[in-house]
Each structure stands twice: as C-alpha cells, then as structure tokens.
Design a protein around this ligand. Structure first.
Ligand code: SF4
Ligand code: SF4
Length: 393
C-alpha cells in the first residue's frame, strides 16, 4: 500500500516523550500531567488547561540504573520509565497522577518522587486508591478517590476548573478522538484492510502521548485518506490475530508480528483502542464524575479486576472481538514479571483455546522487542499452525 501521508509525522511524535506537540502545549501554558495507568479516567487528566501524557520510554537502551533502584525482578516497563526519569527525560511534567493499581509502577513513581527526579519546582505526585471490583460500593469509593486524589489537587495546585461543565467539555474532547479512532479502527474489520495493525498502533499511541486537541486535524485527514486508500491487490498476511495483554507502548512489537505474517486486527491491551478509545456516553440526570467513573469500571478490562463477573467478562470480550474482527487466533502477551497479566495470560490462554476453540500464542517478553529473533520465530510458527489448521478444515 502507498504510505499514509502523515505516518512519518506520527512516528516522529513517538520517538520522544517530550515531543513537538507536548512542547507546543507547554509553551501555550498548559499543565502537563504524567499518567501511568488506564485506571485514572483520561478525561479527568484532560480538563481545560491541562493534558495527559502516558509515560513511555521510547528508544530505551540500558536500564541499569532503573534496575539498580528497583531490582531485576520487577517489570521492565517500570524500570525503563525510572531510567528515563533519572536521565531527565520527564522534566516537562508538572505532576504525576497515579493509581494504586500496579505496585511495581507505584515503586517506580515513588522513586521518581523521593529522588526528586523531576525538576519543576511545584512538581508533585498524587496516588489514588482504585477498586479491584466493579460493584456499587466500589464505584462510590472510586468516585471519592478521583475527587480527592485527582480533581482537588489539580484545582488547588494549578487552579484547574473541575466543575461539571469542565468535565463534560473534557469528555466531549475525549469522545472526538475516540470517534475518529473507532472509525479508523473499523477499517481493520475488512477482509483486506486498508490500514495495518502497525499503522493503527502508531496513531493510537500518539493519542495517548500528545495533547489531543493538537492531533485532531491530522487524524481527521488520515481518516479521510483511508476512505479512498487502495489495499494491496493480494493480502500479504496469512492470519488475523487479536493482540491482548499488558502495555504495548512501542509499535515495533506490532510491526514484528505483522512481518511474521499475522495481521493485528484488534488491540486489546493497555495503550490500545479496545476499550481505551470507546466513546463515553453521558446523560443529563446523574453526577458527571460518577458517570465517568462508572464507565471506566464497566468497560475496564484490566486483570486487576478480580470479581468473577469481570474475570468471565474478559474472556467473553476477547471472544467478541475475535468474532467482530474475524480473527484466526489470539496472542496473549505480557511484560516479564507482570503479576496481573502473568496470571491472566496463564489462565486465559487455556480458556480461549480449550473452551472457545481459538489457536492461542502465549508469550512473556522484555520491554524492548523490536528485533527479537526468538519472538519472530514464535509468531511465524504460530502463523504456520493456523495455516495448517485452515488447510485441514
Ligand atoms: S494493565 Fe491494568 S494495572 Fe497495568 S497499567 Fe494497564 S490498567 Fe493499569
Ligand atoms: S506491565 Fe504489569 S507490572 Fe508492568 S506496569 Fe503494567 S501492570 Fe504493572
């Protein structure tokens, strides 16, 4: 296929956490909020006057210092982010608003805080306790924590407007991006899609890493371009897969998977669009913050939710995606030493294979995988097994 007009622009934005658009918004006087987990609702971090940057460590090389402070037994994503903070890579942040969701990420954020790694004078860190269940009492607690640990600090420290009107405006902006990304993502349902999983991952990652209002124009142009883009005459991929699991903040993992023959047609991972880019529908009757929190509890697919309903729902959700996007198989991937996804991957890979009948590839991986020969070989073998299965049918 012909290259997308703006793909290089979006790829460039991903090369640095402090990218051109972040710098531009900072110059415009916007407050920059570091985010480390999907469990703080994004609209709360993107109220008028501020925006969120989900922390990534692009072009990571050595993570020796991160490992020194956090040990070699914690997730490499956390270690790489700490390493980048030690190098001064996040000095543009005004604060980090983190949930007590993943203890490993919290150790990383604590290190950033206690070692005073961010230079801005007023920089602060706030932690919110987030529920592991999705019932009514969990929602009440979630709302309270979001008010106490996210909205109030933003209002007190930076004068951010946290009124219902401001919250509605933030949801509106959020939905604008979600609508575009959903429309673009739907092209992946085509038999011979006009967008690759890699290209989609680049666009989606940019929406997590940049001020959204500065991205909209180019995303809209890309959507228009896709409407008339001609796919390759012959589909170069041998299988279609749903990618599930922990954070993928580097599109090279998707590129590697596709180079090995498996087109990634659905992205069910942290930093992905399902459900991260699903529009939030608000009504006029209930409290706005409660509605936002309820949406995140209802749609959240993080394995940290441990009530039975949610455990079952996660498999059903992947099954539904596989149906909707006509997947041939599922890849469960997890960053090494991630407890939540370690358990989920071990269990779900069997359930999806034995109970739902999907071919499943189950992998744990290091943070940087762009050139992993071992992973490429495993994906190739998985694709071959799917092809053999199809032939046998
Ligand atoms: S997998 Fe769960 S705990 Fe980990 S960053 Fe994503 S939402 Fe947060
Ligand atoms: S991959 Fe797992 S351990 Fe690492 S930050 Fe995400 S949830 Fe935490």
């Amino acid at each position: 296929m012909k290259d997308l007009k703006h793909i290089y622009y979006f790829e460039k934005l991903l090369e640095d956490a402090n990218n051109d658009l972040v710098r531009q918004a900072e110059v415009d006087g916007q407050i920059v909020i570091g985010s480390v987990c999907s469990q703080i609702p994004e609209p709360l971090l993107n109220l008028p006057g501020c925006f969120s940057v989900r922390l990534r460590a692009p072009r990571t090389g050595s993570i020796e210092m991160g490992t020194y402070y956090m040990s070699s037994l914690l997730c490499e994503c956390c270690r790489a982010i700490l390493e980048r903070a030690i190098e001064g890579g996040y000095n543009f942040l005004d604060c980090i608003l983190a949930p007590d969701a993943c203890a490993q990420m919290n150790r990383c954020v604590e290190n950033i805080d206690k070692q005073h790694l961010i230079e801005k004078e007023h920089f602060f860190v706030s932690y919110a306790d987030v529920p592991m269940k999705s019932d009514a009492s969990a929602l009440k607690h979630y709302v309270k924590q979001m008010r106490l640990r996210v909205l109030e600090p933003l209002q007190e420290k930076f004068g951010i407007d946290v009124s219902d009107t401001a919250l509605c405006k933030a949801v509106e902006e959020h939905n604008r991006i979600c609508k575009i990304m959903t429309e673009i993502g739907d092209f992946r349902k085509q038999e011979n899609p006009v967008i690759t999983g890699y290209e989609y991952a680049v666009l989606c990652l940019a929406t997590y890493s940049c001020p959204k209002n500065l991205l909209v124009e180019k995303l809209e142009e890309t959507l228009e371009e896709l409407k008339t883009r001609e796919p390759d005459a012959k589909n170069p991929y041998k299988a279609r897969v749903v990618m599930v699991g922990s954070e993928i903040d580097d599109p090279d993992l998707i590129r590697l998977t596709e180079e090995a023959g498996a087109l990634v047609i659905a992205d069910r991972y942290c930093f992905g669009s399902l459900p991260g880019r699903v529009e939030i529908v608000l009504n006029d009757e209930e409290d706005v913050l409660t509605q936002i929190c309820a949406f995140y509890l209802k749609t959240g697919q993080c394995p940290r939710f441990m009530n039975t309903d949610k455990i079952v729902e996660r498999k059903e959700y992947v099954h539904q995606l596989a149906q909707d996007y006509q997947a041939d198989g599922v890849i469960y991937q997890q960053l090494k030493f991630c407890d939540y996804w370690g358990y989920e991957r071990a269990l779900a890979s069997h359930v999806m294979r034995d109970d739902y009948g999907y071919p499943v590839l189950s992998i744990d991986r290091p943070y940087v995988v762009g050139n992993s020969g071992q992973l490429r070989t495993r994906v190739q073998a998985f694709v071959e097994s799917i092809e053999i299965k199809k032939l046998n049918k």
